[in-house]
Design a protein around this ligand. Structure first.
Ligand SMILES: O=P(O)(O)OC[C@H]1O[C@H](OP(=O)(O)OP(=O)(O)O)[C@H](O)[C@@H]1O
Ligand SMILES: O=c1cc[nH]c(=O)[nH]1
Length: 178
């Protein structure tokens, strides 16, 4: 049977969700003081950039932006063999900062666990919050997002793909049924 792909969020829907999340982040943190955004490669880093621009448009101040690669912190390195390494770029001190960790899809939560370990190795943030465009459920760790674009109930057999355009803006979210 060929797989079936359904568009579950188009560009307009993604934009509305990201604008709402930007407002929620500002409301929860009472502005941008000590706020930083860190995206998880790959996908979360592009989303963090869009969110930072959205926050700047609303508040007049752009929070510092970083990106982390979680490869060396994965719990399945032994079984995965060699994996391509991405770059971690956090060009500021994380001590005492309010970090919004950003990713495109939240599934088992294992990527977020790895990202938190990577962050803690950089310093002692005041807190770590989590923003995701899609929460597809099936958590295997006690991790929950603070900001969610869309909750998408899925089966484990399905896949969720977030597509980005040439400017690295998210343009479509697809549910793929096998
Ligand atoms: O909650 P989890 O079960 O860890 O799954 C979520 C992660 O899976 C996807 O990344 P993927 O591993 O496909 O890497 P990519 O972002 O580089 O494509 C997605 O972008 C999240 O980062
Ligand atoms: O550490 C990790 C990260 C993502 N997926 C896993 O299975 N483990």
């Amino acid at each position: 049977m060929p797989e079936v792909t359904t568009v579950i969020l188009n560009q307009a829907g993604i934009n509305r969700a990201l604008t709402r999340i930007a407002h929620e982040i500002l409301e929860h943190n009472k502005g941008t003081e000590d706020l930083v955004l860190i995206g998880i490669r790959s996908g979360g880093d592009h989303l963090a950039g869009v969110l930072a621009d959205r926050i700047a448009a609303i508040e007049g101040e752009k929070p510092p932006l970083g990106a982390i690669d979680i490869t060396m912190y994965r719990d399945d390195l032994d079984s995965r063999g060699s994996l391509p390494l991405g770059r971690t770029e956090v060009p500021f001190d994380v001590d005492g900062r309010k970090i919004v960790l950003v990713d495109d899809v939240l599934y088992t939560g294992r990527t977020i666990r790895a990202a938190m370990d990577a962050l803690i190795d950089l310093g002692r943030p005041r807190n770590i919050q989590l923003a995701v465009l899609i929460d597809r459920g099936h958590r295997e760790l006690p991790i929950r997002p603070d900001y969610v674009g869309r909750n998408v109930p899925t089966s484990r057999e399905e896949d969720v793909a977030v597509d980005f355009d040439a400017e690295r803006h998210p343009c479509e979210v697809r549910l793929i049924k096998p």
